[in-house]
Design a protein around this ligand. Structure first.
Ligand SMILES: Nc1ncnc2c1ncn2[C@@H]1O[C@H](COP(=O)(O)OP(=O)(O)O)[C@@H](O)[C@H]1O
Ligand SMILES: [Mg+2]
Length: 384
């Protein structure tokens, strides 16, 4: 089955659309990656999202507008992926949507909201759409995240040692071989917020770590930031922009005097490196397989590698999954599993009562015709 996975993470920089041919062969899921296209959010939509997300507030009218505009933007990315990657022969779209709220209350998650109305995707592509993957796991007592953990486990199964999959997006998360998976805290979210704030919006992130490279880590600010109780919570735990946004950073900065922008960005980069490295060590990793936009920040990866000591840090590309596309491919896999009546969660990761078939389905132009349910869950993901 040819599936398009659509993903935009907490950085809301772009919609990533990855296409893959997926097939169940015995107890393996065989995936042939077909490529990825990335459609940046246009400036108006990105600004509307920035205004609506914490520390901003919003209205239901604005939520409706965002749901529509994001759905249309996801639809455009899906149309492009079908044309350029699938020769117009895609069979299913799996859309993560755009997370706008993750209702976490310490260790408990009560709800999560992803926008990007799937009807627009179904209308533009004519394809059935699987969307809203997270809520079912929450209804089953789980965190609804990190959902990519099941794909990580299938993909890294059998690899010697304790390989840990790490994704550094707006928020950073990891998956360990025993199924332990959680958000470690900020990935790029605070760095992006600071770069945006200090540049008056001219920068949306610290390109190639240029600001951080010119700055010095400010010890007292780092200590204040590390006091955030989230870091000490045991897994399973997940978080989002509700906790890690510009307002929190401003609170931490108050009382630190006036710091140069470069020093603040260097300190935030160290905050991510340190909290990720601590989390990686806590699960006994022997190697780290890294993905996500944060791996493009050389100052961050250098700080992280230093703090990991001898534990090697490898890009996921080395194992066949392009670092920028990994999460979009993961959602293509989750969509495939849903279409085949197979659970998309690992309860050891999300803390749910059991594995669940995820998502809501929107029929395509030809109604909703699904393949017969698969007899058993795959135990590994093989890349072709
Ligand atoms: N060249 C780069 N230099 C520094 N940071 C980068 C670079 N490219 C991407 N990033 C970071 O990666 C983030 C996007 O990563 P991504 O994996 O798409 O995250 P998300 O899943 O949250 O959307 C950007 O917001 C930025 O912080
Ligand atoms: Mg992104």
């Amino acid at each position: 089955m040819r599936v398009i996975g659509l993903m935009s993470g907490t950085s809301y920089d772009a919609i990533d659309a990855a296409a893959a041919d997926l097939e169940l062969v015995g107890d393996s899921l065989v995936m042939r990656p077909l490529g990825m296209v990335s459609e940046p959010y246009d400036d108006a939509l990105r600004e509307a999202l920035t205004a609506a997300l914490p520390p901003g507030t919003t209205t239901m009218a604005e939520v409706c507008l965002l749901d529509t505009r994001i759905g249309q933007a996801f639809a455009a990315a899906a149309v492009r992926a079908d044309r350029e990657l699938c020769g117009g022969r895609a069979e299913l779209v799996a859309s993560h949507g755009q997370t706008v709220h993750h209702w976490a209350d310490g260790p408990a998650v009560h709800g999560t909201l992803q926008l990007g109305q799937p009807a627009w995707i179904a209308e533009a592509t004519g394809l059935p759409v699987a969307a809203d993957f997270r809520p079912r796991d929450i209804a089953a007592g789980g965190q609804g995240a990190p959902l990519v953990s099941l794909v990580d486990l299938l993909w890294l199964r059998g690899r010697p040692g304790r390989p840990v999959a790490l994704n550094i997006g707006g928020i950073a998360n990891l998956t360990a071989p025993d199924g332990t998976a959680f958000d470690t805290g900020p990935g790029c979210a605070l760095i992006d917020a600071a770069a945006r704030g200090f540049s008056g919006g001219a920068l949306t992130y610290d390109t190639d770590g240029a600001l951080a490279a010119r700055g010095r880590v400010h010890g007292p600010l780092l200590e204040r930031l590390l006091r955030e109780p989230y870091y000490a919570l045991p897994p399973p735990k997940t978080t989002g922009r509700e906790l890690f946004h510009l307002g929190r950073l401003r609170d931490a900065l108050a009382g630190c005097g006036t710091l140069p922008a470069e020093d603040v960005v260097a300190t935030l980069t160290m905050l991510t490196a340190r909290t990720v490295a601590d989390a990686v060590r806590s699960v006994g990793a022997t190697e780290v397989i890294a993905s996500g936009g944060g791996t493009r920040n050389p100052v961050l990866t250098r700080m992280l590698a230093e703090r990991l000591g001898g534990v090697p840090l490898r890009p996921s590309d080395e194992l066949g999954l392009p670092s920028d596309a990994k999460e979009a491919y993961a959602f293509a896999v989750l969509g495939f599993l849903t279409a085949h009546g197979l659970p998309g969660t690992e309860p050891a990761s999300t803390g749910a009562r059991g594995p669940r078939v995820l998502g809501s389905l929107t029929p395509g132009a030809g109604g909703l015709r699904l393949p017969p349910p698969a007899a058993r869950r795959p135990v590994r993901l093989l890349l072709e």
